[in-house]
Structures are given as C-alpha cells and as structure tokens.
Design a protein around this ligand. Sequence first.
Ligand code: ARG
Length: 283
Amino acid sequence: MSSQDRIQQRRRYLMCRPDHFTVSYEINPWMHRAHPTDTSRAVRQWQALHDTYVGLGHQVELIDPIPGLHDMVYTANSGLVIDGVALGSRFSVSQRRGEERPFREWFAAHGLDVVEPVATQEGEGDLMLVGETILAGYGFRSQLNSHAEVARVFGLEVVSLRLVDPVYYHLDTALCVLDPVQGPGGVERANIAYLPSAFDERGRADLVERFPDAIRVPASVPATLEMNAISDGRNVVLSPHPNSFVAQLRERGYHPVPVDVSELHLGGGGVKCCTLELRGARP
Ligand code: ARG
C-alpha cells in the first residue's frame, strides 16, 4: 500500500511548553537527577514538534506551564478524551499529583465533560484507543482496577495488558496506534506497532490475536522511546533512531516524520508523551 492510499485524519492535540522542564526527581528508569538538563533545548525541540503538527494540518491547543510541575510537558498523562468526555488522571506518583487539578480545569474551560477518576490511572500514557477498543496498560503506574472504571465511563471494551519491563513503564512507551480506523475500502483492520518483550505472555497472545498485521519490533539496546510516536493514520511523527522501525512503516505506506525530542527523553517521555489527543471536543 503506498502512502497515497493512507488516509490522514485531522487531529486536535493538547500540548504544554516545557518552560519549567528539568529532572528533579526519579520516577522512571530514564530519569537521572545527576544528568544535567537543558531547558532551552527542551523548549526548542518541543517547538519543532508543535510546528510539525501545525504544518501537517492539526490543531494544537496549549495549557500554561506551571512553575514546579516539571513533568507537565507530558500532557498525555493528564487524562483520556473521547467524544468530548475527559476522564482525568489520578497519578500513582506524588510528584505529579499537582497536575491533576489544572488539567481538569483546562478540560472544563474548553467545553469537555470532565469525569473525576476514582482509581489510579495515568491517562493516555496507559490508555490507548484503537477503533472501538481501549488498550490499557498496568503493572507500573496505572492500576488494573482502573480499567473497569474506564470501560464504564466511555462504554467501550477495555483490554488489559500487563507491562513487565520497567524501562517501558507506560503503555505508550511500548505500543503505538498507527491507525485507529479501518483502512481504505475496509481492506485492513485498525493497526498498531509494539515491542512484544514489554508485555507478559498473555498480553503478547492477545495482541497477536487482535492485530495479526501489527508491526512487531524487537526492543533495541540501549532502549529508545521511538515507539512513543504519534500517527494521524498517514504521517507517523517519531524521534529518529539508528535501529529504527521506519523501514517497516514505509513498507506499509506510512510516512515517517522524524522530530528530535532527545532532551525530553531525559524525563522518560517522547513525542507521544508530549501530546494528548482531544477527540470530539467542541472547539
Ligand atoms: N517523567 C514522566 C513520568 O515519569 C514522564 C511521563 C511520560 N509520559 C508518557 N505518556 N509515557 O511520569
């Protein structure tokens, strides 16, 4: 299938400028307080990501960064938004709980119906919509008992996937939704790419059964956050890496768009982590 055949969907994203980005605590294996960070470099890279989305025709909304909330740039963790309903997140880590309220206030101020969560889950970091199904990660940050709440709030099937490698501590570090909808002419199912080694045996079996055409990528050494990518159905925005899966993307007719966000990798997040999709929200 050539990239002409892939259908781009226009998206609306929420981002947060990393004006206060630094690594002042360690809550995932990527973060090292001893490793210096360069905030202005993070802002420049983030700006390039922002401008890439706009250049591709997507609408980007911004939330004001708040001093002291160093991880606020990773907006994917702020909730899950489908059909104008925003389920807020409830962080497992105390360092990020201060983000919960400002994000929910932003959702409410922008016409979304906000649902306050009861169980612990970290938004799109662990909850990914594919077609009419939500793939839901647990094991490190989000808790398994949040999945029933997610299913109830959205009225959608939730497939629980246990993450087993601490390096891939959020589902979106190990799995990328390439196309949430049916392919042209209905010939192909919604598709994903993922790192099988990040899942337990049952999760791997579930993914093979549901997505027989998925791109399965061996985890590279050293680990990368390349899988933490954003696809609009045609363009796949991702951090460039030498042992990349871009060749497999091209073979399937996707158009890889490299954007270097290496400074933001120091906090344990990549392209996808910096991007929350606002689905069906009123503009
Ligand atoms: N430092 C952040 C944390 O550990 C990184 C979050 C990355 N976000 C994501 N969607 N995976 O919470």
